[in-house]
Design a protein around this ligand. Structure first.
Ligand SMILES: NC(=O)c1ccc[n+]([C@@H]2O[C@H](COP(=O)([O-])OP(=O)(O)OC[C@H]3O[C@@H](n4cnc5c(N)ncnc54)[C@H](OP(=O)(O)O)[C@@H]3O)[C@@H](O)[C@H]2O)c1
Length: 313
């Protein structure tokens, strides 16, 4: 069956390689769920995958995109256990999908969660990838009550979740952000601070007793250098975006592989529960129709988005 509008990268390159095709509507197998997508969450990794910066194997083209979605259960694969209450029509969110930029996508049952009523479909499509990454950062560096934590990129998708989860653990959080986003960061419970020249001195002035943990969601040399300068214990510094200078400085680089995979997988129900309780905010900047995936990615690349982006089929 066709009639499944979907976005593919037809080549490696800039966002103009993104095109809308009429794909097969998938059929869920045992242990799978077909989701009618209401919002396809956009992550920076989606762009990196077809940009060529992570490889350019021609065999991977055309490349379906989109790691996470929210939507409504359209069909449940055969052999659903009786104990499973999931039903057609349920509002859900899912990650680890292959090709979420589409009208329909299949997900493994274990990657499908009930959508918190507190989140719109747009916001729900942006919870799991950034949230699981944030939990991984906090778990790896063992953030706990009483810690003073420096978060680079506190206004970003991952950073804003790191801030909220660290504050919930009882930590004091100092977060870097552009001046126009300091109010947002403050509302999440952190103390905002400008990035750029003199960062380490500004942090010292705010936290004369020192920084226990530094978490980098930005990847600049400034972020890793400042972290290394301010935090003595390298085991309590982690980055998700600097793969160049961080390893030489002894800073942990988290990619989602190794022990992180299990931490991230296990974190998802907690994230859904916290969001359902109204304890986690996911800010959405803008949505685009599926047919405007290229425009959405061009906007993502400007770095001007103030919140998550999503594609609406
Ligand atoms: N390794 C992993 O497992 C993993 C997982 C998820 C994401 N990532 C990567 O992590 C990065 C962040 O992802 P995201 O979804 O949070 O992106 P995002 O929502 O676009 O956020 C990026 C943030 O970076 C901030 N920023 C921009 N320039 C900066 C600078 N010079 N100094 C300090 N902050 C700056 C921006 O703050 P202002 O708007 O306030 O300027 C913005 O809030 C991306 O590179 C992504 O690919 C890695």
């Amino acid at each position: 069956m066709t009639n499944n509008p979907a976005v593919v990268a037809s080549a490696y390159g800039e966002p103009d390689v993104l095109t809308l095709i009429d794909a097969e509507r998938p059929t869920p197998g045992p242990g799978e769920v077909l989701i009618e997508v209401r919002a396809g969450g956009i992550n920076p990794l989606d762009y990196k995958l077809y940009s060529g910066m992570m490889g350019n194997d021609p065999a991977a083209l055309p490349m379906r995109l989109g790691l996470e979605v929210s939507g409504v259960v359209a069909e449940i694969g055969p052999e659903q256990p009786e104990s499973d209450a999931l039903a057609v029509g349920d509002a859900v969110l899912a990650d680890r999908v292959k090709g979420g930029y589409a009208a329909y996508v299949v997900a493994d049952r274990g990657d499908v969660f009930a959508k918190p009523e507190t989140l719109s479909f747009e916001a729900a499509s942006g919870l799991l990838v950034v949230g699981a990454t944030a939990v991984d950062l906090l778990t790896t560096t063992d953030v706990t009550a009483g810690d003073t934590v420096l978060v680079h990129g506190a206004s970003g998708g991952v950073g804003s979740l790191v801030v909220q989860l660290a504050v919930a653990r009882g930590a004091r959080v100092i977060g870097t952000a552009g001046a126009h986003r300091h109010d947002e960061v403050r509302q999440l419970g952190a103390e905002p601070i400008a990035y750029g020249e003199g960062l380490a001195d500004r942090v010292r002035a705010l936290a004369p007793d020192g920084i226990d943990v530094a978490l980098d969601t930005v990847g600049t040399e400034e972020a890793v250098d400042t972290s290394a300068e301010l935090v003595t214990d390298r085991g309590r510094i982690a980055t998700i975006a600097n793969f160049v200078q961080a390893p030489a400085l002894g800073i942990q680089v988290l990619t989602g592989a190794g022990p992180s995979a299990e931490v991230r997988a296990r974190s998802r129900q907690l994230l859904v529960d916290l969001a359902s309780a109204g304890a986690l905010l996911v800010k959405v900047d803008r949505t685009f129709p599926l047919s405007q995936a290229a425009q959405a990615h061009t906007y993502l690349k400007t770095g001007k988005a103030q919140g998550k982006l999503a594609l609406i089929p």
